[in-house]
Design a binder for this molecule. Structure first.
Ligand SMILES: [Zn+2]
Length: 340
C-alpha cells in the first residue's frame, strides 16, 4: 500500500502479545488526505449523486472540512443532461490503461475523452499527484441499502473509514462490498484516486429522486468527511475488524439460443440482497413457472439483484462471500502533521 509505514514488527508489550493475528496489532502511519473529490453523475440517470453534487457546486459549506480541499464534480455532464447512464460507453468501465493512454482525438467515444480529462484533473492514476480520496456517488435499483464499494483489502485507510461510517450510522446498516476479484474487477472512475470509494445507495429507479435515498447518501458522505478530518487532525484509529462481502462470481439470466432472457429473478430472491442463498435455493423463475435452483457448492450472499443497468452486462446478480477482515490501526504520520 502506498505511503504506509508498518510498525507491526515492533516488540509488543505483554498486554499486547495476546493471540491477536499480526494485522490486528499493527498501527500504520499514513500520509494525511488533503485532496478529496466527490463525483456525482458518473451515471447520468442516478439522481441522488447528481442532485447532491449539484447542490454542493452551488454551495459547498456542507462538505467543507478544516485542512481539506473537498471538490464536488459532475463526472459525466452530457449523460446528466440527457438523464441517461452514458452517451457512448459506460464511464465507470472506461478507466483502463489503454483508454487513458490512447491518443486524443475527436473520434474517441465521449466517455473515453471524459476519462482522459478526469485523469488529468484528479490523477494521473497511480501517481503521487493523484487525489487522495475520490467518492463516487451511485444509485442502484437493487434493494442494497447503503453500500460502500472498496477495491482493495489492503487499503487500511478505506477499511478504517468503512468501520467508522458503520459505527456512526448504526443501527442502520452500511454494507461493504469488496471487489478485488482479478476478472470481475472493473476500471472505475474513482480508481484515479489513491483511495477510491464507491457509494451505492438503493433501491431507487433510474431517473428518479427519492428523499430517503438522497438523505441516506448525504449522511454517509457527512460521516466519511468527518472521518478524514479527524484522521488528518491526529486521531488514532485502533485495529478493528470489518465485515465485508467479497465479490466471487457474476450470474447471468437464463436465455435462449437467440440471447433472449427466459426467466426472471425468483420471488424468494428478489429484494433479498445480502441475505444467504444456499445450494438448492431457487434463484430464477421461468415464464412458465418453473424454478431454477442455485447450484453452487456453499452458501453465498447475492447482491445487485436484478439491477436495471446490468441487463446489458448480462448480469442478474453478483455472488459475494461474507468475511471479516482484520484492519490495522492507522494514524497520520507525524511529518505530515507538522506541515499543517
Ligand atoms: Zn452507477
Amino acid at each position: 500500500m502506498r505511503n504506509l509505514v508498518s510498525e507491526a514488527n515492533k516488540p509488543l508489550s505483554p498486554a499486547q502479545s495476546s493471540p491477536l493475528p499480526p494485522a490486528m496489532t499493527g498501527v500504520a502511519s499514513l500520509c494525511s488526505a488533503r485532496r478529496v473529490a466527490v463525483f456525482g453523475g458518473t451515471h447520468g440517470n442516478e439522481l441522488s449523486g447528481v442532485a447532491l453534487v449539484g447542490l454542493w457546486l452551488q454551495d459547498g459549506a456542507e462538505i467543507r472540512r478544516r485542512g481539506l480541499e473537498v471538490r464536488p464534480f459532475m463526472a459525466n455532464p452530457r449523460a446528466v443532461q440527457q438523464r441517461t447512464r452514458y452517451i457512448d460507453t459506460d464511464l465507470n468501465r472506461a478507466f483502463t490503461l489503454e483508454n487513458l493512454s490512447s491518443a486524443q482525438g475527436e473520434d474517441l467515444p465521449y466517455e473515453v475523452k471524459r476519462a482522459q480529462e478526469i485523469n488529468q484533473l484528479f490523477g494521473p492514476m497511480g501517481s503521487p499527484d493523484a487525489y487522495d480520496v475520490i467518492f463516487d456517488l451511485h444509485n442502484t435499483t437493487s434493494n442494497m441499502g447503503c453500500t460502500l464499494i472498496l477495491e482493495s483489502s489492503d487499503d487500511h485507510f478505506n477499511l478504517q473509514m468503512a468501520h467508522y461510517i458503520k459505527g456512526a450510522v448504526a443501527p442502520v446498516s452500511c454494507s461493504v462490498l469488496l471487489n478485488d476479484h482479478p476478472h470481475l474487477h472493473y476500471s472505475t472512475t474513482r480508481s484515479v484516486a489513491k483511495h477510491p470509494v464507491g457509494l451505492e445507495v438503493g433501491p431507487q429507479p433510474q431517473g428518479v429522486l427519492r428523499s430517503n435515498i438522497f438523505e441516506s447518501m448525504r449522511l454517509i458522505m457527512k460521516h466519511a468527511l468527518d472521518f478524514i478530518e479527524l484522521f488528518n487532525e491526529g486521531m488514532q484509529f485502533p485495529p478493528c475488524a470489518v465485515e465485508v462481502f467479497r465479490v466471487s462470481e457474476r450470474v447471468d439470466y437464463p436465455h435462449d439460443s437467440n440471447g433472449n432472457i427466459t426467466a426472471m429473478v425468483h420471488p424468494s430472491l428478489q429484494d433479498c440482497d445480502w441475505e444467504p442463498l444456499n445450494p438448492g435455493d431457487p434463484m430464477f423463475q421461468t415464464f412458465d413457472g418453473r424454478s431454477v435452483e442455485y447450484k453452487g457448492d456453499c452458501t453465498v450472499c447475492p447482491t445487485f439483484i436484478n439491477e436495471a443497468a446490468y441487463y446489458e452486462k448480462k448480469q442478474a446478480f453478483v455472488v459475494t462471500r461474507k468475511e471479516t477482515l482484520t484492519v490495522m490501526g492507522i494514524r497520520v504520520s507525524n511529518t505530515m502533521l507538522s506541515k499543517k
